[in-house]
Every structure is written in C-alpha cells, then in structure tokens.
Design a protein around this ligand. Structure first.
Ligand code: HEM
Length: 401
C-alpha cells in the first residue's frame, strides 16, 4: 500500500470531483471513526449521497438559518459578553480557545439538538456531554498515530485510552437517546413543527418510519456527525482568527473602522456590542480577513481518501487499488502557485483583504482584484498574480452559496 500526500490542485480536483467515485474514505477510516456509526463522515457511495442531500436541504432552509442567526446573536449577548466582562473585571487570565470551544459547543448542540448545555458561563462548568465529546475526539486523534493492531487490542481488552473512549461513548449515547426520546414525546404531546433545530427537522421529516430502531440509530449517527462537524471547526476557526488579530493591530483597526458603519443599529449591553448576523453580511473586509485566516489555519487541515481502483493522478503519479491519498489542505493554502491560481478572478475563498479591498460578488466569490497584485494583511511573503480561470471551493454543506 502506498501513501500519497498531495497539495496539487489538479490532483485535488481529480480526487474530489472528476474521479470522485474512485476515492471513497474507505473501510479503515470507518473503523477509526467507529463512534460516528454510518453517519455522513464515514459513509460512501449512495448512503453518503442521500445523507448529504438531506443535510444540505435542511441546513439551507430559511427557518434553520433564521434560528441559527437569532440564537447566535442572543448567545453572544447573554453568555459570551458577560463572561468576557467578568474576566475583564477580575483581571483573571483565561484560555480564549477554551472559551471559543465552549461557545461553539453550546451553539452546535443547540443547532443540532435544540438544547443549550450551558458550557459557556461564569465558573466554566464541566458538562458531562462536552467532556465525553472531548475525550472521544482525543482518542480518535490517537488512533491515527497508534498502530491499528495496538489500539484494536486495547479496545478489545478495554484498557488505556480505549477505556476512556468506551466511557465517553456511553455518555454520548445516553445524551442522544434521552434527547431523541424527549423530542418524540414533545411531538406526541403537541408537535414540534415550530422547532427549527436539526433533530426536530429530521424527526418531522420521518413521519412514516417514526419510532423504529432504524430511525433512532440513524438520528443518533446523524446528530453525532453534525456535532463533530460543527463544533471543533468553528471553535478552531475563531481561535486562529483572534490569534492572528492579536498579531495584526492594523487589521483590527480596519475591522473596527468597518464595524462603525453598523454600530448604530446594534444594542450595547455593558458597553459592549453584539451585532445581528444580517448586519455582518455587508462587511467585505471582515469577511475577507476571516477567509484569509481559514486559508492560513484551515480547521480541516487534511482529508484522507482510499483508491478503490488503480488510477493515474493528473500529476502523473500512479495510484493502485487500496492506496491512500492524503489531501493536504494546510499546505495547499500556503503554496504561492495555488494562491496565484486563486486570485485574479478570485474565486477561491481565501482571498486577499488588501488595503483597498476587493468587492465580494457573493459569499464565496470575489471579483477581480484589478491587475495589480496585492498582499493579504498577515502574510508578508505571499504574492498574488492574475491567473484567471481556476476555482476551488470547500464543499462543507454549512457554507451558504
Ligand atoms: C469554520 C467552520 C467550518 C469549516 C472550516 C468546515 C469545513 C469542512 C470541510 C473542509 C469539510 C469536508 C468537505 C469535503 O470533504 O468535501 C466539511 C464537511 C462537512 N461539514 Fe463543515 N466546516 C465548518 C463548519 C460546519 C458546521 C457549523 C456544520 C454544521 C453542523 C458543518 C457540517 C459539515 C458536514 C455535515 C460535512 C460532511 C460533508 C460531506 O461529507 O459531504 N460544518 N466541513
């Protein structure tokens, strides 16, 4: 078995688009991520296609988007700002990444299950479900570096980190089972049509099969997959973004200047401001700075595929059935050639918030930056050249198009 690592955009396009059917995630991936069951992250083929279509349908719907938007705004105003004010008042040092991960745990759990676990509050409480998710993620990471025979033996014997995994798994399953049962009971009592969280939407959509174990197992796998998809990605994106802001006061000044234009319509509890997500759509510099941060520190830095049949990559490298292909997103975002290909027509998400700033044509598309190369604010060595015609965009269903 060969292990190929690539950051070549033509190979990436080949693996993810032109010859997608030949590059499933593969059985080993499914074994490592056993806790995810048959959910979207481990699924391949027809099962993946159906799950993806359903997730996209529910997540792009107006009720869900309005719910997420309203909840996030309220959460910032009622939990994040008071907690930051508390730390500012006491002068206590705190871990900003922990705060962001607590924030995104609450927001993702609410988005997926319609339940706010309250991780983000003064005193930083330990919530069993959150702890279990953290433990499970940690063990999933270890399984990538420990030889498979070792961790499988540990799992069979119930020792070491695999024991932690088994405990975490039970806690997670209990939380999910209780929440599904409660939601079904609510539905029986009077309906949950008004609830826009994803679990309620799936239950509402599955009327004819309601109550069968298949559906409960599907709901369990789906919700756990969505938790994994939404929480750490957003928490990591926020952490890196603020890390970069700390190093780039000039960018902070530009963002604050841009935010001045929407300050008037926002409320200000304790002298701090929480913005409505709708207002933030009109802030091209902030948007570009976030994209730039995602380029430099992508929350999903690599993706693993396994060739189903022999093939030749556009770079000329031969792939045999069973070979692994690791797409190194992190490296790709830092390759000058890739940046050059993405700018010009600027259809790449990580576009450059240059001094004058390009005009966003839509949430994911950037119009020409003019013929003059520009520099992103925190990448001194990055050079941008005109090179129209290439596009690359992430395919996470939570992105709006
Ligand atoms: C900064 C935040 C996020 C980033 C950077 C991100 C990035 C990604 C990436 C790179 C993929 C893999 C795409 C592929 O293999 O084609 C992915 C998949 C996915 N994401 Fe996100 N994501 C984010 C937030 C979210 C949120 C909030 C949700 C919703 C709960 C979500 C749901 C999903 C799902 C369901 C998939 C699986 C798609 C599939 O296999 O087809 N993501 N995401």
């Amino acid at each position: 078995m060969q292990f190929l690592v690539t950051a070549d955009p033509t190979n990436v396009r080949h693996v993810f688009t032109s010859n997608f059917a030949n590059y499933p995630k593969g059985p080993e991936f499914e074994e490592i991520f056993d806790i995810l069951g048959g959910g979207i992250f481990t699924a391949d083929g027809e099962s993946w296609r159906r799950q993806r279509a359903k997730a996209q349908l529910l997540m792009s719907g107006a009720p869900f988007r309005a719910f997420v938007s309203r909840y996030n705004r309220d959460k910032v105003g009622s939990a994040l700002l008071p907690l930051l004010a508390h730390f500012a008042g006491t002068g206590e040092a705190f871990d900003l990444q922990d705060v962001f991960l607590r924030l995104t745990f609450d927001t993702t759990t609410t988005m997926v299950f319609g339940v706010d676990p309250g991780c983000l509050s003064v005193g930083l409480p330990e919530v069993p479900f959150a702890r279990a998710m953290d433990d499970a993620m940690h063990v999933l990471l270890l399984r990538h570096v420990i030889p498979m025979t070792w961790w499988k033996l540990a799992r069979r014997l119930g020792i070491g980190w695999e024991r932690t995994m088994a405990t975490a798994w039970r806690t997670i399953d209990q939380f999910v089972a209780d929440t599904i049962a409660r939601r079904r009971a609510e539905k029986a009592r009077g309906g949950i049509e008004g609830s826009a969280d994803l679990l309620s939407s799936y239950i509402n959509d599955d009327d004819e099969e309601e109550g069968t174990t298949t559906v409960d197992a599907f709901l369990r796998d789906t919700t756990i997959n969505l938790m994994l998809a939404g929480r750490d990605t957003t928490g990591s994106a926020l952490s890196w973004f603020f890390y970069l802001l700390k190093q780039n006061p000039r960018v902070v000044a530009r963002i604050l200047q841009e935010l001045e234009s929407v300050k008037g319509t926002s409320s200000a509890p304790d002298g701090m401001v929480a913005f409505d997500p709708d207002e933030l759509g009109r802030l091209p510099y902030l948007h570009a700075a976030l994209c730039e941060s995602l380029r430099l520190y992508p929350p999903v830095p690599q993706e693993l595929k396994e060739a189903a049949a022999g093939d030749v990559l556009p770079s000329g490298h031969e792939v045999r059935a069973g070979d692994k292909v690791l797409v190194w997103v992190y490296a790709m975002g830092r390759m000058e050639d890739v940046g050059a290909a993405g700018c010009g027509t600027c259809r790449r998400t990580g576009s450059c918030p240059s001094t004058r700033g390009p005009a966003p044509a839509s949430a994911r598309t950037w119009r020409s930056c003019s013929s003059r190369p520009r520099r992103p604010p925190w990448c001194g060595t990055w050079r941008w050249r005109r090179c129209p015609g290439t596009s690359w965009s992430p395919s996470c269903p939570s992105y709006s198009t």
